[in-house]
Design a protein around this ligand. Structure first.
Ligand SMILES: NC(=O)c1ccc[n+]([C@@H]2O[C@H](COP(=O)([O-])OP(=O)(O)OC[C@H]3O[C@@H](n4cnc5c(N)ncnc54)[C@H](O)[C@@H]3O)[C@@H](O)[C@H]2O)c1
Length: 343
């Protein structure tokens, strides 16, 4: 149970911070939730704030995120700003007694993330972090089956993620490296579906785009995972794919296996002679449309029901430690145990 009490579950006052690319998706969701009242959309770029106000059907636009947090009509803060600003905005929100839903990650540094975990525990306020794949119907079903024991003892985990277009160099220079920026979603799933990881060994290289070398980053990687429960895992990540957004996972147990594989976007297939053709997903907005909506809807359902929303800051910290372990393993060319990743 959460210490947080909504004033009126039929009308929850919300501030949205950041009105960029990802926020527009979340604001459309918020505008469609009956008991959400978006009080204010704050973005230092006036045109973005105003456009956000329209999308979210908010009462007002603001240039000042701290004023939006302090607004007395705001009980919940939704943070969709650049990653480098998340920690200070979460802190300000918790100090103001507000519940928080924030895009991932909390921070790129373990110290900053651990500070938020401590504050979250001390305040008892609800905080959820946007690892949206947990809310995809495929991964959610896999989790149900695993928890129900349908697979038996889990023995193997395999995940592939291939993004379509690499981000610009300017983004890569501040993204904390591709283990933190991209593989992190598969690492979160590994923990969600199988459990905590004991040791990793990661290899990475640049095969496709020299901008990754310029950013001291990689575009192609393979990670081996040894889980605490004895299972073994492999995560493959590529930052480009010419065949669409290619995201798959497989969990094998002693009794059964489950595969999460959305390789067909539209349930329509056309024959071309003896060949079949169907369309694939173009990008993450496309593939995880439902997950992006459900992660926000379930957060508000949890607030109304008094449930602790998930995944929380403690999950964000553990998944970050895993991504940091992978980065360290690649850079130092050695296996890294999770218990050595404390900072
Ligand atoms: N879960 C996912 O799959 C996923 C996908 C894309 C982005 N993200 C995350 O979403 C966040 C935002 O990414 P984006 O692609 O929308 O970025 P973006 O650059 O398109 O938008 C960020 C917006 O925040 C505004 N902003 C900057 N500082 C601010 C502040 N202090 N207060 C309020 N607004 C501020 C900017 O003016 C901009 O409009 C990032 O943390 C990113 O990691 C997550």
């Amino acid at each position: 149970m959460s210490a947080f009490q909504l004033r009126d579950p039929g009308r929850i006052g919300v501030a949205v911070l950041g009105a960029g690319r990802m926020a527009q998706t979340h604001m459309r969701t918020l505008a469609g939730i009956g008991n959400v009242d978006v009080v204010v959309v704050a973005d230092p770029v006036a045109a973005a704030a105003e456009q956000g106000r329209e999308i979210a059907r908010a009462r007002k636009a603001s240039l000042d995120p701290l004023a939006a947090i302090a607004d007395p009509d705001v009980e919940v803060v939704v943070i969709v700003t650049p990653t480098s600003t998340h920690a200070e905005l979460i802190e300000a929100s918790l100090h103001a007694g507000k519940a928080v839903w924030t895009e991932k990650p909390i921070a790129q540094e373990i110290g900053d993330t651990a500070r938020i975990v401590d504050l979250w525990r001390a305040t008892g306020l609800p905080v959820a972090v946007g690892f949206m794949r947990r809310y995809d119907p495929g991964y959610a079903r896999a989790k149900e089956l695993i928890d129900a024991g349908e697979l038996g003892r889990i023995e193997q985990f395999h995940a592939y993620s291939r993004d379509v277009n690499p981000p610009p160099l300017e983004f890569l220079l501040h993204a904390g490296g591709s283990f933190l920026d991209m593989s992190v979603h598969d690492l979160d799933l590994a923990r969600f579906l199988v459990g905590e990881v004991e040791e990793v060994h990661a290899w990475a290289t640049t095969l496709y785009d020299d901008r990754f070398t310029q950013a001291n980053d990689w575009d192609t990687a393979a990670i081996m995972l040894k889980f605490r429960n004895g299972a073994m895992g492999v995560v493959e990540t590529a930052r480009h794919s010419t065949w669409g957004y290619d995201i798959r996972a497989e969990v094998c147990g002693a009794k059964n296996k489950v595969t999460i594989d959305a390789d067909r976007k539209t349930p329509a297939t056309i024959t071309h002679g003896v060949n079949l053709q169907h369309d694939l997903y173009g990008d993450f907005f496309d593939r995880f449309d439902v997950a992006y909506r459900r992660e926000i809807e379930v957060f508000f359902e949890d607030l109304v029901a008094g449930r602790t929303p998930l995944p929380g800051p403690d999950d964000a910290l553990e998944t970050l430690r895993l991504a940091v372990a992978c980065t360290r393993s690649w850079r130092e060319n050695r296996p890294v145990r999770l218990d050595e990743v404390t900072e």
